[in-house]
Design a protein around this ligand. Structure first.
Ligand code: B12
Length: 426
């Protein structure tokens, strides 16, 4: 038996596939694929272009459901982007994801238009203009209007759609790599290095960067080294949620699948432990598990696709609040440094959002507001004080001194703890 396993591993290795003796990996990937498809039915708010992209990069498909979702993107998401453009808000990341989602469905991008000041222009022209505004903002203040993750998404979406990326635009990304500008709060943003890696690899392969080829290569090498250096002993690159994008980037930049085997296994272990319950998280890891990257959208063909992905009906699960309660202390630190302390007993398994709602209803002078995003509710206002992207501030979440790796809706309270919510600049 052992020799059969070893031989099948060697064969898998030789064919470039990670060792998989019993097909359990494919079963796991299929179940993630189904969870992602199922998320289309329960999703609230805007249709998610990142989820669409991941479904389209999968090996198995449900054409009816993917087609219906594409229609929703073209209506609801389109209208949302249109109103942001009309209000001069920068939406480069969302536009880029919309572009990649349409491209992954082989949709003719030239038929998608937006109207601003009574002038109708295509999505790609608008994206190009948005990138120019971002670039000018970097030239003035060393920061994009949004962030370098979205700036990279913009470069990738234009490049993968066959649009020549202005050298000045890609140079700004190269310089940002050179100067270590990619931060997430106080730490390095592995997600941003990964997205920049895919974007610059696309630029390199398209031959758009004639004059500065050496600088482009230096930046790509640096990104690769950053990603490899961020690999932990358990295989994760950065954390559980950046590993998918990091593996995508390494594959796009020419790493062999076997070199990423430990990171892929780490993600599979996370998936078995139900770490990836947020559809956004699945959408970033699933392409990597399928050994694909967002860059593969560039050459995506949609003929002769599989159409076998079916969803079995699932019994609705009603989760009753636990009778056991734990004490949660919540400390709020506003921008002046003043603090306020609250305490509440919450059922075990409550989300942090539910805990904050309990506090809000308890008449203890605690209030909060949230904004919706692709990752779910983002805490934006606490006790009347706003922490805004335009002021480079956010409400940072920590538990017992350690920064949370999930947001208010996903983080579950299992034990008594001290939560700190700090108005932080970045
Ligand atoms: C940039 C960024 C930030 C910036 C956003 C502002 C800015 N400069 O634009 C800042 C530094 C404020 C930030 C904060 C946080 N972030 Co953040 N962020 C990102 C990053 C790198 C890119 C997001 C983006 O622009 N997406 C593209 C656009 C098109 O999508 P979008 O949904 O419209 O983008 C908005 C939201 O994503 C929102 N946002 C950013 N982070 C988070 C986190 C959560 C949980 C939510 C609900 C929303 C949200 O800000 C974006 C810009 O407006 C992602 C990386 C990734 N893999 O996605 C991490 C990422 C989403 N963040 C993460 C986390 C954990 C946080 C924090 C909870 C950290 C903390 N301990 O406080 C806080 C959010 C707290 C809160 N107030 O609710 C995790 C989420 C993992 C998860 N399972 O939920 C990610 C995946 C990074 C990682 N690998 O760990 N983030």
């Amino acid at each position: 038996m052992l020799s059969v396993i070893i031989i099948s591993c060697l064969l898998a290795f030789a064919s470039g596939k990670p060792c998989n003796t019993d097909g359990s990996n494919s079963q796991l990937h299929l179940s993630l694929n189904k969870n992602l498809l199922r998320s289309l039915e329960t999703q609230q708010g805007l249709p998610n272009p990142s989820v669409h992209l991941a479904l389209r990069l999968s090996n198995t498909h449900n054409h009816a459901k993917e087609g219906a979702h594409l229609d929703k993107l073209k209506n609801n998401l389109h209208n949302d982007i249109q109103s942001s453009l009309s209000n001069s808000q920068s939406v480069v990341g969302l536009m880029a994801l919309y572009t990649l989602a349409l491209k992954s469905s082989c949709y003719d991008l030239n038929t998608i238009t937006f109207t601003v000041s009574e002038k109708s222009e295509t999505l790609l022209i608008h994206l190009k203009k948005q990138m120019e505004l971002e670039k000018e903002h970097i030239a003035l203040s060393h920061r994009p209007l949004t962030n370098y993750y979205q700036y990279s998404l913009g470069v990738l979406a234009l490049c993968a759609s066959g649009i020549r990326v202005n050298n000045h635009v890609s140079n700004k990304l190269i310089k940002a790599v050179e100067h270590d500008y990619f931060k997430h709060g106080e730490s390095e943003s592995i997600d941003t290095y990964a997205m920049a890696g895919m974007a610059l690899q696309c630029v390199k392969e398209a031959g758009f960067h004639g004059q500065n080829a050496a600088e482009l290569d230096t930046a790509l090498n640096k990104i690769k080294q950053k990603l490899l250096a961020a690999q932990r002993s358990d295989g994760h690159i950065g954390n559980e949620f950046s590993t998918g994008l990091a593996v995508q980037a390494l594959l796009a930049m020419g790493s062999q699948v076997e070199e990423c085997a430990a990171s892929m296994e780490a993600m599979r272990t996370d998936a078995r432990n139900n770490t990836y319950h947020n559809p956004m998280a699945i959408s970033q890891i699933l392409p990597a598990l399928h050994q694909k990257s967002y860059l593969t959208v560039k050459s995506k063909q949609c003929q002769n696709e599989d159409n076998t992905l079916v969803l079995e009906p699932v019994d609705p699960v009603v989760v009753l609040p636990s009778k056991t309660k734990v004490n949660v202390k919540v400390k709020v630190v506003v921008s002046s440094g003043a603090t306020a302390l609250y305490s509440v007993d919450a059922p075990v398994g409550s989300s942090l959002l539910e805990v904050l709602e309990l506090l809000k209803g308890a008449n203890v002078n605690f209030t909060f507001e949230k904004e919706s995003s692709l990752w779910g509710p983002f805490l934006s206002v606490v006790n009347g004080e706003q922490a805004r992207q335009s002021d480079r501030r956010y409400w940072k979440l920590s538990s017992d001194g350690a920064a949370l790796s999930e947001g208010v809706n996903d983080f579950k309270i299992m034990t008594a703890q001290n939560i700190t919510i700090t108005n932080t600049s970045y």
